[in-house]
Design a protein around this ligand. Structure first.
Ligand code: MF3
Ligand code: CO
Length: 249
């Protein structure tokens, strides 16, 4: 899973370098797909329940599962890039939301808070803690910032499949749900809207925008529970949280 995660991260980094006003989400998709295939991996999303692409590219009010197309990114957009890889039978899953050109301060704050909530969740990942501890930590960061926790989609276990039990909601109560044990690997993925809103699914069967048009952000890491903490497999420097600093990105 470490190796799948490195290939997956490198694909996202290649996409990141190409993000600028004018590029289309389909061009970004091609960059990611080439990176994964060249590294000997297989795009995990392509063909999953009929999803047609390597990336999910979700622009502005689209929360997740946007399908790459010939839409050119524009200055001031935000775009969530979500990518998954299979390598030698194991999966990795990762997402980040990027600013395209210049964005307003309050939108940058949405991105920062969403990423910070991801790390607050990861900090709760150690043997003996529960899924509810992770969920509540994520929710607290988002709500203290005045933003809205999206509830229609959740994080998940990951391993031989990229969606496994248990679910990891981004809201919940401390001390509830499954106990975390060494060897469990979770995809933690807070999704946040600027204001309270349901999320709907468009007629393409995938693209999931906020109903009220509110901008939204999404960050995701694949994280393994170790004997005494957690290891962020998709982060730049994977670190064992028992060694201190746990964020590697
Ligand atoms: N990271 C997303 C998830 O965990 C990606 C799935 S996209 C799909 O749900 F198209 F493959 F479903
Ligand atoms: Co995921």
């Amino acid at each position: 899973m470490r190796e799948a995660a490195v290939i997956n991260r490198h694909a996202l980094e290649a996409v990141e370098m190409a993000i600028e006003p004018g590029i289309t989400t389909l061009e970004l998709n091609r960059i990611a797909e080439n990176a994964i295939l060249h590294a000997g991996g297989r795009p995990a999303f392509k063909g999953y329940r009929g999803f047609p692409a390597t990336l999910c590219t979700s622009v502005n009010e689209n929360v997740v599962h946007g399908i790459p197309d010939d839409r050119a990114l524009r200055d001031g957009d935000i775009v969530s890039i979500d990518v998954g890889t299979f390598y030698e039978g194991f999966a990795a899953d990762m997402a980040k939301t990027y600013a395209v050109g210049t964005i307003p301060e309050d939108v940058q704050r949405l991105l920062d808070v969403t990423e910070r909530s991801l790390y607050a969740g990861i900090e709760q990942m150690r043997p003996g803690n529960r899924i509810g501890d992770v969920s509540a930590a994520i929710q607290d960061v988002i709500e203290e910032a005045g933003f809205w926790v999206i509830r229609e989609f959740v994080g998940h276990g990951i391993g031989r499949e990229f969606h496994e039990a248990p679910d990891v909601p981004n809201y919940g109560r401390r001390g509830t749900r499954e106990v975390l044990r060494p060897g469990l690997v979770l995809a933690i993925e807070p999704m946040v809207a600027m204001t309270q809103t349901p999320v709907i699914v468009l007629d393409d069967g995938w693209t999931a925008p906020t109903e009220n048009g509110s901008l939204s952000a999404h960050f995701e890491h694949t994280v393994a529970i170790t004997d005494d903490g957690a290891e962020v497999l998709t982060a730049k420097e994977t670190m064992n949280t028992s060694e201190g600093e746990k964020r590697g990105a």
